[in-house]
Write a protein that binds this ligand. Structure first.
Ligand code: NAD
Length: 489
C-alpha cells in the first residue's frame, strides 16, 4: 500500500492499471462523521471516463477469459494475503470516513475477505457437468463461460465488504470488472484497489470509477457492460433494475429493508434482548440486515421491553476509534436529522418513547444519535413500516405466534428476519412461512457466510440470482451445452 494511501487528497479512478483523475466538474468532500474533519475529496466520473474503463475492461477480457483458471486465481490468493496484512490500516480509514467502530470495520473486512477465499475455489465451482452416452453415441458436456465486463454499484454502509461480494467472483470466472463505490465512502475502495494493484491482475481486469448518480447511469446504459450488481436503497435498486434490463443487461439489484425479530413467549429473554440490541444498533442501525422491529408475544412483552431499555441505556457513543465504544455516529448530519424526524413521527403517531436517544451523552461535534426504543408501536405506524436506517428500535405487541408471523409478512420488504424461541415447532413454522431471504433462529442477524448466496425477497431485491456463493458463479457466467458424436464410419 502507498504510504499516503489513507492520507486524504483526491480519490482517483483506477483504470487500465493506472491511477487517473476523474474528469467531471462536480464532486464532494468526504467528511469524518465523528469529527467533521474532511478526510478526502472525490470528483465524479463522466460518461467518457466510464467509456475508458469499459473499453480497457473489454480489451483485457480478450486475454483474461482464456487465461487458465489456475492462473486467474493467483492474484486473488495474493489479494487475500494483502487484505489481511493491511486490515488494521484499512479499518482505521474506514472508521474515519464512515463512523462505525473499529471492531465493526475489522469485522466487515473479515466478511469481505471470506468472499476472496471462496472465489479462490472457482476451479471447482465453475465446473458445470459432463455425461458420457447421454444419448446414443453422444457425450454431453455443460460449460460455463465468462461474458465480458461486469460492474457493481455499492452503498456507503459497508464500503469494505460489499465491493468484495462481487469483485472476486467476477474476475475469477474470467470477466473484467468495474466498481463504482459510494461517493460518501470512497476511501476504503481506494485502499482495496491499492492492494488490487499490487496483487498482480493484468491491466484492465479490475477497475475503479468514482462518482454519483450520473456516473451510475452512464455505467448502467453502456453497451459494453454485460451485467450490473447494485446494492443500495429500494428506489434506486428499482431504477437500476429497470434501466439495466431495458439495455439488455443481466442485473441483480439489492434494495432496502425493514426486518423483524419475533420474540416468542418461550424465548430466553436476556439472550433475546441482548441479540435484539446488537441487531438493531450495530453500525448505528445502518444495516440492511438490522432488525429494527421486534414483534414480542404479549405474555413476555413487559419483561422483554425492560431488558432492552436497560441495555440501550448502558451503551457508549463515541468516535469509532476510541476504546470501549458501542456505537459511532450516523454517516452525516443530514442522516441524523432524518432519523430524528422519524423519532418525532413515532411520538406524533402515538407510540410510547421508552428510551430517547436524542438525550444521550454524545460528543458535540459529530452526527451522533443515541439508541432509541419505542414501545406499543402499531404495525401500521410509519416507524414500523419505513426503513429508518438509524438507531431506532420499535417494539410491537403480538397476541401470539400466529399474529407475530402475520405482522412480519405484512412488510413490503423481505430481506431478513430472526426468531427467538425454545420450541422447534415454532422454528419450523417460521422457516416455512416467513417471507424473507435470510432467516435466523436464536441469532440476531441472519448474515450468511460467503459460500451461501445472499439476497432478499419482495422490495428488498430485484432480479433472480443473488450475491455470493453459487449464485455468483451463475450470474457471472453463461452456460452452454456441448454434444459430441464420433460415428464408427
Ligand atoms: P443509495 O441508494 O443512496 O446509494 C447506493 C449507490 O447508488 C451509490 O453508489 C450511489 O452513488 C448510487 N445512487 C444513488 N442515487 C442514485 C440515482 N438516483 N441513480 C443512480 N445511482 C444512484 O444507498 P446508500 O444510502 O448508499 O445505502 C443505504 C441503502 O442501501 C439502504 O437502503 C440499505 O438497506 C441498502 N443496503 C442494502 C443491502 C442489501 O444487501 N439488500 C446491503 C447494504 C445496504
Amino acid at each position: 500500500m502507498r504510504e499516503d494511501a489513507s492520507a486524504g487528497g483526491e480519490v482517483q479512478n483506477y483504470v487500465d492499471g493506472e491511477w487517473r483523475p476523474a474528469s467531471g466538474d462536480d464532486g464532494r468532500d468526504v467528511v469524518d462523521p465523528a469529527t467533521r474533519d474532511t478526510v478526502a475529496s472525490v470528483t465524479y466520473s463522466t460518461a467518457a471516463d466510464i467509456d475508458d474503463a469499459v473499453s480497457a475492461g473489454k480489451a483485457a477480457f480478450e486475454t483474461w477469459r482464456s487465461t487458465p483458471v489456475e492462473e486467474r486465481i493467483q492474484p486473488l490468493f495474493e489479494l487475500k494475503r494483502l487484505l489481511e496484512a493491511n486490515q488494521d490500516d484499512i479499518a482505521e480509514a474506514l472508521v474515519r470516513e464512515h463512523g462505525k467502530t473499529f471492531d465493526e470495520a475489522k469485522g466487515e473486512l473479515r466478511r469481505g475477505i471470506e468472499n476472496v477465499e471462496v472465489a479462490c475455489g472457482i476451479p471447482s465451482m465453475m465446473q458445470a457437468g459432463h455425461l458420457p452416452n447421454a444419448a446414443p453415441g453422444i457425450d454431453e458436456t455443460a460449460v460455463r463461460k465468462p461474458l465480458g465486463v461486469f460492474a457493481a454499484v455499492t452503498p456507503f454502509n459497508f464500503p469494505g465488504m460489499i465491493p468484495l461480494w462481487f469483485l472476486p467472483y467476477a474476475v475469477a470466472t474470467g470477466n473484467a470488472f468495474v466498481l463504482k463505490p459510494s461517493e460518501k465512502t470512497p476511501v476504503t475502495a481506494r485502499l482495496i484497489f491499492e492492494l488490487v494493484d499490487e496483487a498482480g491482475f493484468p491491466d484492465g481486469v479490475v477497475q475503479l470509477v468514482n462518482g454519483g448518480a450520473d456516473t451510475v447511469n452512464a455505467l448502467v446504459e453502456h453497451d459494453g457492460v454485460e451485467g450490473i450488481s447494485f446494492v443500495g436503497s429500494t428506489p434506486v435498486a428499482k431504477h437500476v433494475y429497470k434501466t439495466a434490463a431495458a439495455h439488455g443487461k443481466r442485473v441483480q439489484a439489492q434494495g432496502g429493508a425493514k426486518n423483524h425479530i419475533v420474540v416468542a413467549a418461550s424465548a430466553n429473554l436476556d439472550f433475546a434482548a441482548e441479540q435484539t440490541i446488537g441487531s438493531a444498533f450495530a453500525n448505528t442501525g445502518q444495516r440492511c440486515l438490522a432488525n429494527p422491529v421486534a414483534v414480542v408475544e404479549d405474555a413476555i412483552y413487559d419483561e422483554f421491553a425492560e431488558c432492552v431499555v436497560d441495555i440501550a441505556a448502558g451503551m457508549t457513543l463515541d468516535n469509532g476509534l476510541s476504546e470501549d465504544v458501542d456505537m459511532g455516529p450516523l454517516i452525516s448530519g443530514a442522516a441524523r436529522d432524518r432519523v430524528k424526524e422519524y423519532v418525532e413521527t413515532g411520538v406524533e403517531e402515538g407510540a410510547t418513547l421508552l428510551y430517547d436517544g436524542r438525550d444521550a451523552d454524545v460528543p458535540a461535534e459529530g452526527s451522533f444519535l443515541g439508541p432509541t426504543v419505542f414501545g406499543d408501536v402499531s404495525p401500521d405506524d410509519t416507524i414500523a413500516r419505513e426503513e429508518i436506517f438509524g438507531p431506532v428500535l420499535a417494539l410491537v405487541r403480538a397476541d401470539d405466534f400466529d399474529h407475530a408471523v402475520e405482522v412480519v409478512n405484512r412488510s413490503e420488504f423481505g430481506n431478513a428476519s430472526s426468531l427467538f424461541t425454545d420450541r422447534g415447532a415454532d422454528a419450523k413454522r417460521f422457516r416455512h412461512e416467513v417471507e424473507a431471504g435470510n432467516l435466523a433462529v436464536n441469532a440476531g442477524t441472519a448474515a450468511p457466510m460467503a459460500f451461501f448466496h445472499f439476497g432478499g425477497w419482495k422490495d428488498s431485491f430485484f432480479g433472480d440470482l443473488h450475491a455470493q456463493g453459487d449464485d455468483a458463479i451463475r450470474f457471472y457466467t453463461d452456460e452452454a451445452v456441448y454434444i459430441e458424436r464420433w460415428p464408427d464410419a
